[in-house]
Write a protein that binds this ligand. Structure first.
Ligand SMILES: [Zn+2]
Length: 133
């Protein structure tokens, strides 16, 4: 028996979840929850030093339902000449996000508009030793 709320498993004989006071069910329904954020791959699409660009990008991506976040955004406000804020976009939405942003006249310092988003790195890239000159 399972609690439909907390999905705890109970031995036969139990009818109510001790935790949630929910009536136990024989089978759990399939999970409806959205994937946990830690399992979603994000990839840097662009980087900018300009807080105005960040605000513009946010408004555009929010309107299109793109899942993203800015990495190092607050750092940029504190130290404008330090590392730029990186726009991290969910990997499967990279093409859509790139399409939205491609026509903007932004002052971002680095763009990463690849046609094909990179695959998650599963091989350890070994650096080859420099050949003797
Ligand atoms: Zn429960």
């Amino acid at each position: 028996m399972f609690c439909p709320k907390c999905r705890a498993e109970y031995r036969a004989g139990f009818v109510i979840c001790a935790h949630c006071r929910k009536k136990l069910v024989r089978r759990l329904p399939p999970l409806e929850t959205e994937p946990a954020p830690e399992y979603v791959a994000f990839y840097p699409l662009l980087a900018t030093y300009n807080p105005g660009d960040i605000a513009l990008i946010k408004s555009l991506l929010d309107g299109e339902g793109i899942v993203y976040f800015f990495q190092g955004e607050h750092f940029t406000y504190m130290r404008p000449l330090a590392d730029p804020a990186r726009l991290m976009v969910r990997t499967d939405q990279l093409p859509a996000a790139a399409d939205i942003l491609k026509d903007l006249d932004l002052s971002y310092v680095a763009i990463n508009l690849e046609k094909h988003p990179p695959q998650p790195v599963d091989k350890r890239s070994k650096k080859r030793k420099d050949r003797p000159k």
